[in-house]
Design a binder for this molecule. Sequence first.
Ligand code: ATP
Length: 275
Amino acid sequence: TANKGSTDKKIPLVRFNDIGGQDSAKKELMEALDFIKDINGIKYMGIRAIKGILLSGPPGTGKTMLAKAAARYTDSVFKATSGSEFIEMYAGLGAKRVRNLFKDAKQSAKKTGKDSAIIFIDEIDILGSKRGQVTSHLEYDQTLNQLLVEMDGLSVDDDVQLLVMAATNRIDILDQALLRPGRFDRIVQVDLPAKKGRLSILELHTANKPLDDGVDLEKIAQDTFRFSGAHLENLANEAAIFALREGSEKIKQRHFMEAIDKVIMGEKLDRRPAK
Ligand code: ATP
């Protein structure tokens, strides 16, 4: 979900345990974060800082949650924005916004006594698509250039360690300059969950709901091929609404089945097997 307006939450409440499935994404991300936390080791070894991590995958799979959990895990200030916030601006304004974003992140960290800040840019493809292409024009180029300048300027010797996390579901259209070493050189794939992942997401989103003993979450996970985490959250909510409307005290299996149909129709989900 795109964040409307950049947020200045100190430390977000999402933990890695609140994210269902995505085991390999979590593991890869945590490994990178553990590395970043060892600032003395990094300096001692003369290692180049990890400046950017790109989360790549379809909508609603938990990329924003992962970024928030990363901030919590590293005790970092979290600043979220979206590529869409840089569009429709006068020349130079996008670039200025990027500069301010980095400045703000550092200042917030200092103000709250944190050593690190994470900047999260959702929909990075909007400002970072291949330069000189139809989707891109001069103003975006300036904005993208400024982002690259800011990232190139980050150093392990800075008093506040800054990490830029970005999310995209269009990695194919990203300007290669963004993916070069020292920029978004770590790519974490965040795919649609398989059955096991869907089951743990369903467990998380039904934990606060009165489920009938006959509810078979495993079967629901089986029947929700191609559902994202966001779809599954919606499904659990719709099932609860069906139960409430009916005056049922518990949410029953058939409420989930009805909700599956509703989500599929509402989203016009394409459930054909992947090529
Ligand atoms: P977008 O690409 O649309 O920005 P996203 O990948 O950033 O999507 P999130 O914003 O992290 O997705 O997820 C949206 C909502 O879907 C979450 O607030 C949560 O309720 C649910 N959700 C998505 N993925 C998961 C997951 N793996 N575990 C638990 N809940 C999830």
